[in-house]
Design a protein around this ligand. Structure first.
Ligand SMILES: C[S@@+](CC[C@H](N)C(=O)[O-])C[C@H]1O[C@@H](n2cnc3c(N)ncnc32)[C@H](O)[C@@H]1O
Length: 243
């Protein structure tokens, strides 16, 4: 990921707080310090795009649930997800990609870490729905999709994007979604970068997106419970602007 920092410019208090590992913020709240998360944060913030690959190579993947995100499985099983084409940026091991792929929904899992993509391909090699998804080793910020998407599912990807790249993230979401496409976001805590719902709003509102739903994710797991917000975002049409 490109680092575009203003060298020599003193960070504001907000910027300084955002750049700190979210694990440290959790510790300040009284929760036990997680050294694996801290090591991961150091790798990601000290190296450029290679930091993520180093995490994957070293098996430092504390975000990895080892199974699909329960909320996406629930939405898929209850028919509450858009059909058509879906994108999972920063898909990691790819559990969510496989979980929501079906004959009515083709899912593209994207990650710029070669090791992550290798793992995703290997884990999914015997999936019965393998014709309904693909994994691509690409950078979300530069990849040009051949077709637009009906759904982008962002789970622990926005919080992986450096704060100075968040506006660019929102531009890419807008560019890759069909005009009536939907963004589903499901995380508001980090690591590595702490994010809140207002951080999403700050970059999505200028792109014309508004939240259709933002609720606590009741299906969040373990210490993520109470920290995760589940959001569904759509681009405002002329009619919705007046509603
Ligand atoms: C915190 S992990 C989340 C992985 C997965 N979504 C999960 O919940 O298990 C963030 C992932 O985003 C990937 N990533 C970070 N920046 C990226 C970029 N610019 N393009 C594609 N993938 C990226 C990393 O390699 C990493 O696998």
């Amino acid at each position: 990921m490109d680092k575009k920092r203003d060298e020599g410019k003193e960070p504001t208090e907000k910027e300084e707080k955002e750049r700190r590992p979210s694990a440290m913020l959790i510790e300040e709240g009284g929760v036990q310090f997680n050294s694996e998360v801290q090591r991961m944060q150091q790798l990601v913030s000290n190296e450029t795009s290679g930091g993520w690959e180093s995490c994957w190579e070293q098996g430092l993947t504390p975000w990895d649930l080892g199974h699909p995100t329960p909320i996406i499985l629930h939405l898929h099983q209850t028919g509450a997800l858009p059909k058509g084409r879906a994108l999972v940026p920063g898909c990691g091991s790819g559990y969510d990609v496989v979980a929501m792929a079906c004959s009515e929904r083709y899912v593209v899992g994207l990650d710029f870490s070669p090791t992550a993509i290798e793992k995703a391909v290997e884990l999914s090699s015997s999936s019965p729905n393998s014709s309904c998804f693909t994994f691509l080793k690409e950078d979300f910020f530069t990849w040009q999709p051949p077709e637009l998407f009906d759904l982008i599912f962002d789970y622990t990807f926005f919080c992986a994007v450096e704060p100075e790249m968040r506006s660019r993230w929102a531009c890419r979401v807008q560019e890759m979604l069909k005009p009536d496409g939907e963004l589903i976001s499901d995380h508001a805590g980090g690591p590595p970068y702490k994010v809140s719902v207002s951080d999403y709003e700050e970059v999505l509102h200028p792109m014309g997106f508004k939240a259709v739903t933002i609720v606590d994710n009741e299906l969040a797991i373990g210490d993520r419970k109470g920290r995760e917000k589940f959001g569904r975002w759509k681009r405002c049409t002329d009619e919705s602007k007046h509603s």
